[in-house]
Design a protein around this ligand. Sequence first.
Ligand code: SAM
Ligand code: MD0
Ligand code: SF4
Length: 359
Amino acid sequence: MMQDTKNEESGKNLWERPFTRDGLIDILNDDGAELKEELFRRARSVREDVFGKKIFAYGFVYFSTYCRNNCNFCYFRKSNRIERYRKSPEEVVAIAKQLADAGVNLIDLTMGEDPEYHEEDFKTVLEITKKIKDETSLPVMISPGVISESLIDEFAALGTEWYALYQETHNRELFRKLRIHQDYYERMGRKLYAKQKGMLIEEGLLAGVGEKVEDLADSLLAMERIGASQMRVMSFVPQAGSPMEHVKPVGRSLELKIIALLRILYPYALIPASLDVDGIKGLEDRINAGANVVTSIIPPRSGLMGVAQSVMDVDEGGRTIEEVRHILSGMGLSVASAEEYKEYIGILMLEHRREAREE
Ligand code: SAM
Ligand code: MD0
Ligand code: SF4
């Protein structure tokens, strides 16, 4: 019966054409409980076909909160008067090892666009990356913001598996309002350059930043053109002291529907359930919507922050892999091993090189 979910007004069967722009828009516009239930059920079934009962888990190390940019949505924007930190290489490596020992599958090295690192041509960040690769033997994702092509070459030469760089929206005008004084095409270009150099790339969207459903549909379809192997959406969380502090917060239904649509459109994609939006209590819904990677796992009392929720659940120990394991096991799921993760991204990388040869 559920299979026949109809859009009441138009009488259309929404499942007939979920892969078209109009089909996506209809689904995004429909907030009925029945539609959502069916959407999430379909997404879980696609995930299970590809990934079985296994979920991946990423350790998050936000090691410098200094930034030269002024993104309107971000707590860490340059003009925000907040306390900032830059962790020493020794501290970063120790935290990464702790995460590796706890059983995460990847280390995500994230930073603001810290002017000090840019000044020294990323010497320290390259050293940290190399050391973490050597000492944890886990795959590494870097999230450094926009960096030069020659730096991307250097990270690729170190064997850094992932470059994460989120456009947030594929509407150029909205981009200009969000990532003020930044160049849309430069940001996109660097992402594509990293891919061309053999790195896997992650693209990301924000929900609730003034976008229209049409923009979201365009973004959903853009993911494939960009060639992103990991695709995320996060609900915008208003930040104290920022220009978007008083933007009305969005409900989570939109983010969950986008997760499910990404899963159905791109069965093989890695799709995060970020603990950074609602903390650990937000995990179950995101996994139930079809996500297959838990991101933003942070060791408690490490002095580290999250991005969208800078402190939520960090020191309380809510964002640990133990908590994640516990919740997943209650859902009949479990965290994959490092070997299983490496095997999966190995396949993605082979596929990636084959495509590059054909282009
Ligand atoms: N500074 C680098 C950059 O901007 O690319 C790396 C950090 S990046 C991983 C931070 C991401 O967190 C942003 O791209 C955005 O998607 C997300 N984010 C930042 N502020 C947020 C907020 N207030 N609510 C939700 N997500 C947010
Ligand atoms: C997360 N807070 O995974 C992190 C971050 C950066 N690659 C990711 C937004 O939710
Ligand atoms: Fe800086 Fe990244 Fe925040 Fe923008 S999103 S202000 S680049 S840390």
